[in-house]
Design a protein around this ligand. Structure first.
Ligand SMILES: Cc1cc2nc3c(=O)[nH]c(=O)nc-3n(C[C@H](O)[C@H](O)[C@H](O)COP(=O)(O)OP(=O)(O)OC[C@H]3O[C@@H](n4cnc5c(N)ncnc54)[C@H](O)[C@@H]3O)c2cc1C
Length: 484
């Protein structure tokens, strides 16, 4: 059992470097970059450093020795080259939303892509070129100008690179597949500074690995994305009082297996917020929040929604047609940066009655109003991609849960992390082995193999080929084979 906060975060110990060596490596990296780097180089004494060092998860307050904010591919090459020469520990950052906190490190280098945020859309071919530092919101805003969408996540301030490289699930997953299923080509800089393209035609092994393999293989500077036509959706939300949650979970479980691809139905078990739109008798009480998105013809939504709302408190139901941009920003304020977050996740082939009881027991002991048990059903277009077509984990277990604790006070760390761990242990026997890498915490390196399972050897082979020295190690790390 891990208790202290430091043990929750990724191990960043580099055996060859004590802190004196690290600071010398940092100084050498800075000296090597300062005459060739075009972007910003920020050291702890520089103006702007404090803001630049902060990432989304307030649990991870680390202090890199140098932040290199790249403005183009040659800056990325320079940063990688200087870092491999000096051996400095290096992190890669797009939106800084890694739940595990992998996009920073103490004393090392952060290769920060936040100044590389171009999005170019070609409405005729329905393709977009997106730079490696983009947030989801800028992709949505630009693609919607011509009524197009890229299927991604549900919070617009999330970074696109981390999300796409790990897989990428959201409201459109059932209709159009995972984010990584909608990438045509990656442009990246590898550990030896090579600029490569990976697509079905070029470096196909790398193309396979980048779709779900996370940041293991290089710094992606540009994605070429497939887009789809969609301007609005029908969205509905309702609250289910505690006494009816058991029945709801059973209905949801049985219904989703035959649901049309146009329907995404998510459930969050939590304490009802103290908000005006929440019926007074539910505020602060355990509830299920039921959220439905329908992407098909609006008139067809009604019959599915009626079924889903049969368990709801009648005063809590709202249903409306929403612009895609509205849908994509609705949850933004629920997950502000700087709070403390801890998570564990897993898949189920089937959510049996015993598992439902465990969820209900977990809900009864939930430690804070913002903490939630998230439940989603994937399947749909994402489930139709063969398991060995991409590195992304097993698609055959459609139920996914994400236990997400969210709080502010550091003195409550143990309370929240132990609630997550104990509920996870209870649920674990019914889970199908596997985990979505983007929903992992920093203390779960022992589950990385589980994420890839029978794809593991292929992952190791690609890693060994493209990053034999494991330069890209701050991620859900696949270690290269040791040199003979
Ligand atoms: C508020 C919030 C909402 C979320 N919602 C969803 C959701 O709806 N669906 C979903 O699937 N996931 C979701 N996630 C999880 C999210 O996919 C991961 O946290 C993801 O890593 C975030 O990407 P980022 O670029 O912001 O991360 P960063 O912290 O910037 O990077 C994370 C890691 O990605 C790699 N990386 C980043 N940029 C690059 C690059 N250009 N090239 C190579 N490697 C790179 C690095 O290994 C880095 O350590 C959410 C997370 C948060 C915090």
């Amino acid at each position: 059992m891990l208790d202290s906060f430091t043990n929750l975060m990724p191990s960043q110990s580099n055996p060859a470097q004590d802190s004196r060596e690290q600071s010398q490596a940092c100084q050498e990296t800075y000296s090597s970059l300062r005459h060739q780097f075009k972007g910003d180089l920020l050291r702890p004494s520089d103006l702007g450093y404090e803001e630049a060092r902060t990432i989304w998860n307030g649990m991870v307050a680390q202090k890199p020795g140098l932040i290199a904010r790249c403005i183009d591919v040659s800056d990325v090459q320079a940063a990688i080259g200087a870092a491999t020469d000096t051996g400095i520990l290096s992190a890669v950052r797009c939106g800084g939303h890694s739940l595990a906190g992998f996009s920073t490190c103490d004393g090392g280098l952060v290769i920060d892509l936040s100044r590389m945020r171009d999005v170019t859309v070609d409405p005729d071919t329905r393709r977009a070129r997106v730079s490696g530092g983009c947030l989801l919101g800028s992709i949505d805003t630009n693609t919607q100008k011509t009524g197009l969408v890229f299927p991604s996540g549900v919070v617009s301030h999330t970074g696109a690179s981390g999300l796409i490289l790990g897989g990428g699930t959201g409201w459109l997953t059932r209709r159009f597949g995972l984010s990584c299923d909608n990438v045509e080509c990656f442009a990246l800089v590898t550990a030896d500074k090579s600029v490569l393209r990976a697509s079905a035609k070029e470096n196909a092994d790398l193309f396979w690995a980048l779709r779900g393999g996370g940041g293991n293989f290089g710094v992606v500077t540009e994605f070429e994305l497939k887009l789809h036509l969609l301007k609005s959706v029908v969205f509905a939300e309702g609250l289910i009082p505690e006494a009816r949650i058991r029945q709801l979970l059973k209905c949801w479980r049985d219904f989703m297996a035959q649901a049309p691809f146009d329907l995404k139905w998510n459930l969050d078990l939590r304490l009802a917020p103290h908000k005006e739109r929440v019926p007074a008798e539910l505020r602060g009480r355990p509830v299920a929040v039921t959220s439905l998105v329908w992407t098909g013809a609006p008139e067809s939504a009604r019959r599915y929604f009626k079924y889903a709302f049969s368990h709801c408190h009648p005063d809590s139901v709202r249903s409306q047609t929403l612009s895609f941009l509205h849908l994509q920003t609705m949850a933004d304020s629920d997950f502000p940066p700087g709070r403390r977050y801890y998570t564990k996740s897993g898949y189920f082939q089937y959510v049996d009655d015993v598992t439902i009881e465990s969820f209900l027991e977990g809900l009864a002991a939930i430690p804070s109003p913002e903490t939630q048990i998230e439940l989603a059903y994937l399947g749909g277009a994402a489930g139709q991609v063969a398991a060995d077509e991409t590195a992304f984990g097993d698609r055959s277990a459609p139920f996914i849960t994400n236990l997400l604790a969210n709080w502010t006070d550091a003195s409550a760390d143990a309370l929240h992390t132990s609630w997550i761990r104990s509920l996870f242990q209870k649920l674990r026997p019914a889970m199908k082995p596997g985990v979505y890498v983007n929903f992992m915490s920093g203390d779960e390196q022992d589950r990385v193999h589980e994420a890839y399972q029978h794809r593991w050897e292929r992952m190791v082979a690609v890693k060994t080929h493209y990053d034999p020295g494991n330069f890209f190690c701050l991620n859900q790390n696949v270690q290269p084979r040791k040199r003979e």
